[in-house]
Write a protein that binds this ligand. Structure first.
Ligand SMILES: [Fe+2]
Length: 156
């Protein structure tokens, strides 16, 4: 494995925080749009409400980190605000199943994003570490099972 050299790209902490916060923000807006349309007591709304609360905790944490590190949010945040809400509302207007299919797609993409980010960070850490061979044997990435809504939706 080669070491970092001038000109090689390093993971940029500010960009990672900005993208992560934008993703969490987008998820909260999609779920807000869905919850504005779904019947309050239907099982799908209850599940999405729990997921929305979880995403809000993630967003709060990223907002806190960004404020502490003085990282500005994405310039596209006003767009995510409106587009995310509209996407959520539109899928909920189609059906409860469509709303859950959208939710599952959002969570799947977020999972892929964080897995790819973790892989990049791990590779970078190994490239820049003076004792990477020594450390590589002690790293174990344990997949975390995520709660998933049962999908009953036809493909949209
Ligand atoms: Fe999240």
């Amino acid at each position: 494995m080669s070491r970092w050299r001038p000109g090689d790209r390093r993971p940029d902490g500010e960009s990672m925080l900005r993208v992560d916060q934008a993703g969490e923000f987008g998820a909260t807006r999609i779920y807000a749009g869905q919850l504005a349309v779904l019947r309050r007591n239907c099982p799908e709304a209850k599940l999405i409400a729990r997921m929305a609360a979880q995403e809000q905790r993630h967003l709060d944490r990223f907002n806190e980190l960004m404020a502490r590190r003085r990282v500005r949010p994405t310039a596209l945040q006003p767009l995510w605000n409106v587009a995310g809400f509209a996407l959520g509302a539109a899928t909920a207007l189609m059906s409860e199943e469509a709303a859950l299919a959208c939710t599952d797609a959002v969570e799947t993409e977020i999972d892929k994003h964080y897995a790819a980010q973790l892989a990049r960070m791990t590779r970078s850490w190994h490239r820049t570490s003076p004792s990477s061979k020594q450390r590589s044997s002690s790293i174990a990435i344990v997949p975390v099972p995520l709660e998933r809504p049962t999908l009953r939706a036809i493909p949209y």
